[in-house]
Structure formats: structure tokens, C-alpha cells
Write a protein that binds this ligand. Structure first.
Ligand code: SF4
Length: 501
């Protein structure tokens, strides 16, 4: 076979045989030092109406087409091919699509277990404080801790990570100490009026309320994981864990300290610890099974690797282990239209399996998170003030650059790694890494600046975030800031996990 290989600025793309999966497919390897790899064996074949009509294997002929168009279509959409594209080479041969065409109904689980913006109302005094003083309040933080992961997911949002970028236990403790103790003291002394309002609603001073550990896929591979979780659990912070799996050497009891755990189910050929290539045969700690004190959810990304069988096995695991829900969504590296097409096909798949009804309402403990990219027009309207509203209450500390500088950066959100865009000139693929030069706010070692200095604009989202996945949340924060009578807000008590807005 003639060599089918392409080198782009960020990746080496190559068709070949994978000894582990015993299949031919396309390898995508990030060019970063120690770069991560993904292996694609199938693609989505779509008709003119955006329906998936098959998920065939990638043959040599298809690989030739994918590699020839990789620069134009990017690292994700290359695996969505319209039926007549292969013959006509016309990339514009599809109907446009809007979100109303997707069977979907927003439910309490989606509002409780994802960030739809609805939980922000429970924290209104911090938005009033921002409006009247210009000072932010960081009540929610996510830490990646390191960049290790043993899986090789096709849609990995940080495939260009550097595996050496890890932090120490002291780095992590110092960060939390500032957001928890120093921030509370600052608000007690500087903003007692808003602090009193916040205490009335939440029972605490204005300070860190929740912490999510997300890792480069598996935060529980970080060497200080148990010690850090144990230390944090002595504080009044709600903790959440997002992981692909559970290393056996970690003491099972540590997972009892989390309020919730979300287990990402990867494509089954992407995780070496799936026994016999089946996610449901992986090791799961006994401490999280049938445990009413921890909300355990599964998360599944729909793509060409999806089969009825895997969705049914997910349902079986939910029942067998007493887990609470499965959130299903689409690959966020797709551009807006392609993502909506994927959502439409995902909803039809769920409907055919009777997991949702004809209106998109869940009939089971699966829920479909209809999350998709914004547009330039929406960005223009939303961010006239030229800053991201999420930075007012949220910070995401990612370790990118830590091995080089000894510090790394905070961000307003994690979706900056997956901001793919389509324009007249083609597809601009997502970064698939944290780019601190574009989106970084403060260094981890000066995180206090997020609450003890007046608000600052770090970047203009109108220019660099027009495919933001959190426009609705931004809009809710903006509305909360501009609101005239905050004390008239009535809180519904149906939502859970309100400290993870
Ligand atoms: S992508 Fe959206 S939420 Fe994230 S930093 Fe940009 S504007 Fe903020």
C-alpha cells in the first residue's frame, strides 16, 4: 500500500494497522512532546438531510479522501462524510440545520448535573456585589492537577497536552487555601453587606463553595490524589470528580468524600483498562456502587463508534450498580452545524431505543445534553462589554506550561480547548489544548487577584470565543448582574448540586 500520511502544523495523520485493535484506521498523533494519540476506525456517513446512514470502517479509499481533505475539514469533521462528497468532492452539499430540529426537552437532571446556568440564581448576592463594586467572587473551581490519562479518545479535548505538566500537593493546597480562607476573610472585612446576604442564602461566607477534580482524563492517577482529597474534605467544600476510570492502587474509601462522581465512558477501543474491550467490565470501586450518599453518573460522547449494544450496556450498568444517570452528548470539537447534525442523529438513536419519547423527554435515566457552539452574531450581541461573564464566579486551573515555568494559568472555562469554527474559507479546528497566551487569566500563584483586585478584562470573547459552548450561562450571569431587584429572586428547591453552577 502506498504511504498514506500527512503532517500538519499540529498533528501527524497516518493510515495504518493497529496491532492492539487488529484493525486498519487513521492514527492522529499530536506533535507536542510526549503527544497523545487517537485511532479512528470508522466514520459517519451522512445523507443530504443530515441523517447518519452508516458508520462504515475506514477503508484505504476513504482514508485517502480523509487525508486529502484533512487541512480543510480538520481533525474532527474529517470523520463526518456526506454520501456524495466521496464522489463529487463538494463539501457544501448538505441542508442547514437549527437546534429546533433536535428532539430535546430540558429536565431537572440536566439542570442539576450540568452547567445550564439555572443554578446561578442560588448565588445572586455575588452578582449584586459585582454590579455595585466591580469585585468578583470565585465560588467554583476546577483543577486538572496533571495531564495524565491512559485512554486515547478520538475526541480528546486536550490531545495536544504535555504529560510532564503536573503540580505538587503544596501548589494545590495553596490555591485552595487562598480561595477558601483568604477570600472569606476578604469578603467579611471588605464587603460585609453582600457577605451577610450570601450567608442567609447559602449558610457560608463568600468563598469557594465547590471543587471539581478533572485531570487530563484521570485525576486519580495524580500521585497526591488521596492526600489532597482527604485534606479538602476537612473544609466545607462540595467536591466532584470527573474521571475515565479507577486505578486499583487508590484506596476505595477516598471516593466517599465526593458529592458526585462522573465516569466518562470512552470509545471501547480507546481504553486499555476495559477488560475484553468492554467498558462495563472495568474495575469499579465498591464504595461507589449502590451508595445513596454519592451521585454517580456516566457520561458518553456519541460518534461513529456508537452502537445500540453499548447504549444498552450503559443502561444495564446504571441499574446494576445503582448509578443515577447517564449524560449523553456529542463531540465538542465539531463545528456548530456538524454538532447540531450529530445531536439530531443522537436524539433519533435514543428515540429508536425508547430512551427518550417523541418529544425528546427522557423515559429512562439517560438525558441528552443539547450543548452546541454559539455563533459570531450571538457573540457580538452578548459581549458588548468585551469580557467573559463566567470569570466573575468561576475558575478553571489547568497545568499547561507548569513543567516549563513552575506555574500555570487559570481560565474562565474549559471549553476554550474545543472552539471549532466554520467560515467561508473552511474549518478552523479547535486548539485541543489550553492556550494561556489567548485565554489565560491569572497564574495559579496569584489566584487571589481574581477576588481581591477589581475586575479586569483579560481577553475579548467577541474576537476569540464566538463558538463558545457557554453562551447561555454567560447570558444568565449578565442578566443577574444587570438585574434591579435581586432580593425578589425566588429560588426553586428542585435543583441539586447548586454549588456547582
Ligand atoms: S469560551 Fe465562552 S465561557 Fe469560555 S472563556 Fe470564552 S467566552 Fe468565556
Amino acid at each position: 500500500m502506498p504511504e498514506l500520511k500527512l503532517e500538519t502544523v499540529n498533528y501527524v495523520v497516518e493510515y495504518g494497522y493497529n496491532n492492539r485493535t487488529k484493525k486498519y484506521g487513521i492514527f492522529i498523533k499530536a506533535k507536542e512532546k510526549g503527544g497523545a494519540k487517537a485511532f479512528h476506525t470508522q466514520f459517519n456517513l451522512l445523507d443530504f438531510n443530515n441523517n447518519i446512514i452508516g458508520m462504515p470502517d475506514i477503508t484505504e479509499q476513504v482514508a485517502r479522501y480523509i487525508i486529502a481533505h484533512f487541512d480543510l475539514k480538520g481533525d474532527t469533521e474529517s470523520f463526518n462524510i456526506y454520501q456524495n462528497e466521496l464522489e463529487s468532492k463538494d463539501l457544501k452539499n448538505r441542508k442547514s440545520i437549527c437546534a429546533d430540529q433536535v428532539r430535546h426537552q430540558i429536565t431537572i437532571p440536566e439542570k442539576s448535573f450540568t452547567a445550564t446556568g439555572d443554578k446561578l440564581f442560588y448565588h445572586w448576592p455575588i452578582f449584586k456585589k459585582f454590579k455595585e463594586t466591580g469585585f468578583q467572587s470565585i465560588i467554583r473551581a476546577t483543577l486538572t492537577l496533571h495531564q495524565l490519562c491512559s485512554s486515547k479518545c478520538h475526541y480528546c479535548s486536550t490531545i495536544r497536552r504535555n504529560k510532564a505538566d503536573s503540580i505538587t500537593l503544596n501548589d494545590a493546597k495553596a490555591f485552595i487555601h487562598k480561595l477558601y480562607f483568604d477570600q472569606a476573610e476578604f469578603n467579611i472585612n471588605q464587603f460585609p453587606e453582600y457577605n451577610r446576604d450570601y450567608q442567609k442564602i447559602t449558610g457560608s461566607d463568600i468563598r469557594l463553595k465547590s471543587l471539581i477534580l478533572s485531570g487530563g482524563g484521570q485525576p486519580n492517577l495524580w500521585p497526591y490524589f488521596e492526600e489532597f482529597v482527604d485534606w479538602c474534605s476537612q473544609l466545607d467544600i462540595d467536591m466532584g470528580l470527573i474521571t475515565n476510570g479507577f486505578p486499583k492502587k487508590v484506596n476505595e474509601n477516598i471516593y466517599r468524600k465526593f458529592k458526585w462522581i462522573r465516569i466518562s465512558i470512552t470509545p471501547e477501543d480507546a481504553s486499555p483498562f476495559y477488560v475484553d474491550g468492554k467498558f462495563n467490565r472495568q474495575y469499579m470501586p465498591e464504595s461507589i456502587k449502590n451508595n445513596p450518599n454519592i451521585k454517580v453518573g456516566l457520561s458518553y460522547v456519541y460518534g461513529p463508534w456508537t452502537t445500540d449494544d453499548i447504549l444498552l450496556r450503559i443502561g444495564d450498568v446504571l441499574n446494576r450498580f445503582g448509578f443515577d444517570y447517564c449524560r449523553v452528548l456529542t463531540d465538542c470539537n465539531l463545528t456548530r452545524d456538524a454538532q447540531l447534525v450529530a445531536h439530531k442523529n443522537l436524539a433519533e438513536h435514543l428515540f429508536n431505543l425508547k430512551l427518550i419519547d417523541e418529544n425528546g423527554k427522557p423515559t429512562s435515566n439517560f438525558f441528552h445534553q443539547l450543548k452546541y457552539h454559539g455563533s459570531k452574531k450571538e457573540a457580538h450581541e452578548l459581549w458588548k462589554e468585551e469580557f467573559c461573564y463566567l470569570q466573575i464566579y468561576n475558575t478553571f486551573w489547568d497545568t499547561t506550561g507548569h513543567s516549563e515555568f513552575g506555574y500555570s494559568y487559570c481560565y474562565a472555562c474549559d471549553s476554550i480547548t474545543v472552539l471549532a469554527e466554520e467560515s467561508e474559507s473552511g474549518i478552523k479546528s479547535s486548539e485541543r489544548k489550553f492556550n494561556y497566551e489567548k485565554w489565560g487569566t491569572v497564574k495559579n500563584i496569584e489566584v487571589e487577584k481574581l477576588f481581591n483586585e477589581p475586575h479586569k478584562k483579560y481577553f475579548n470573547p467577541q474576537r476569540i470565543c464566538s463558538s463558545c459552548l457557554f453562551m447561555r450561562n454567560n447570558q444568565v450571569v449578565k442578566d443577574l448582574v444587570l438585574m434591579k431587584n435581586h432580593d425578589k429572586i425566588e429560588l426553586s428547591h428542585s435543583l441539586e448540586h447548586v454549588n456547582f453552577p
